[in-house]
Ligand binder design. Sequence first.
Ligand code: COA
Length: 260
Amino acid sequence: MAYNNIKFVNEDGIGILTISRPKALNALNTETVTELNDCVGKIEADESVKVVIITGEGAKSFVAGADIVEMSTKNPVEGRKFGKISQDTFTRIENLPQPVIAAVNGYALGGGCELACACDFRYAAENAKFGQPEVGLGITPGFGGTQRLPRVVGRGYGKEMIFRANMIDAQEAHRIGLVNKVVPQEELMDTCKKVAKEIMGNAPIAVQLAKTAINRGINCDVVTGIAYEDEVFALCFSTEDQKEGMDAFVNKRAKHFQGK
Ligand code: COA
């Protein structure tokens, strides 16, 4: 599939996925979400991509939400179809085997905030702004906002953002745990790449299993989550990376993980 509204490059194992529809501040219309879904499917199957960074084109916007112009004429059936492909795409991002970092370079509103929340964690530029403006447009968040946002920031802040439909700045987003770090705009991508490389230095299977355990555990009771952790912990002892990591420690030498 040729992409009109997204870009993807693999920079030495770091997959950089850019939402690129600057004339609409990278708002997500059906075409963009369809391309995103296709691209995420390819990333899923591409073992040469070790970590993914999702960002928006330009210095102003990450993603300014779902496309309001396109949505304005939808009937319930069309609304459901649009919601479904977007939900499926975001869930696919959440469950990618690779860690996914959101590099929030500007407005992350509605679907943009929801996209950021589907990533494993978020770094923001100083000019980033977050919000869920949907109830001000007569709709609820529809791409996971009522579910993922409260799981990231807690129910109180999640409900406040959704009910008020206001915008919060990067510092406030940092204070409530929506983003892990705030950096100057010009340092955002380098900071995310540095963290991506740090992650890539660790045992890939262990990172992937830890991600799965966290994602599964967050959606079930703690006893079931701990039982799942038991299984992935045990599984690690069947990998060459476990032998390598521990042998390197014991023999005081550098480690070289192969993802086996
Ligand atoms: N859907 C469709 N188009 C959008 C959009 C969206 N979510 N967000 C921005 N755009 C378009 C604008 O319509 C405008 O297009 P135009 O030049 O053809 O008129 C262009 O992007 C630039 O946006 P503009 O509003 O002129 O920029 P601004 O700097 O004045 O304001 C925002 C920026 C983000 C505050 C404002 O665009 C906005 O509120 N967007 C909607 C955010 C939203 O509610 N998202 C949730 C949707 S569920």
